[in-house]
Design a protein around this ligand. Structure first.
Ligand SMILES: Cc1ncc(COP(=O)(O)O)c(C=O)c1O
Length: 190
């Protein structure tokens, strides 16, 4: 990744990978310096480290610095609600006046697009996150899944390293975390 050019474009910071989290401080510096408003797209929270808080490290970092920001969340993976099409947009504002104005703008956007969104998925999310027992159960499941992903990565790395006659370096499989992997393979090699 060409980080120097990436830092130039900090309007959109995708948070699919915890690799970006470790670069969080530099993104926050660049965002502050350029007076940009960061937009996070977080769909896999909990699946990288197994912890919701650890995976939201970057967002907390920006909030702790007193920055305004937007966070788009999807509950498809987080709560296994793919077919419900449920997500949320959270906007952190520095004043209640700004928050009120942002709310008006969001309503203006939503009204012509979908007006009244389906509520079923939102109610499932609310039932789970408001019930400490159900929420804890889900957190444990996430830990389990994150562990399983790490295990699959270890096995994939082992198999690729053993079977690859060219003895390529497959350590990227272990260094990257979460569900997706950038293998560097081209179409023909796959
Ligand atoms: C980073 C990211 N944001 C958003 C989405 C879309 O989520 P949804 O299932 O809510 O459309 C995905 C889907 O995989 C994703 O990877």
């Amino acid at each position: 990744m060409d980080l120097s050019s990436y830092y130039m474009d900090v309007h959109t910071i995708r948070q699919e990978s915890i690799q970006l989290l470790s670069k969080g401080k530099r993104f926050a510096d660049a965002t502050q310096e350029k007076k940009n408003i960061p937009y996070f797209d977080i769909a896999y929270q909990g699946f990288a480290s197994g912890s919701l808080d650890a995976d939201a490290y970057s967002i907390s970092l920006f909030v702790d610095r007193g920055l305004e920001l937007l966070v788009a969340q999807s509950y498809s993976k987080k709560l296994g609600l793919y077919a419900e099409r449920i997500g949320a947009i959270n906007v952190v504002c520095l004043s209640s006046d700004a928050a009120a104005r942002v709310k008006i703008q969001l309503k203006r956007l939503a009204r012509p697009m979908y007006s009244n969104p389906p509520v079923h998925g939102a109610r499932i999310v609310a039932n789970i996150v408001r019930d400490p027992n159900l929420f804890d159960e889900r957190k444990q499941e996430m830990e389990l899944m994150a562990g399983r992903i790490k295990n699959v990565r270890r096995r994939l790395h082992e198999n690729l390293s053993q079977k690859d006659e060219r003895r390529s370096d497959w350590s990227c499989i272990l260094k990257q975390i979460g569900m997706p992997s950038y293998t560097g393979l081209n179409k023909a090699q796959v």
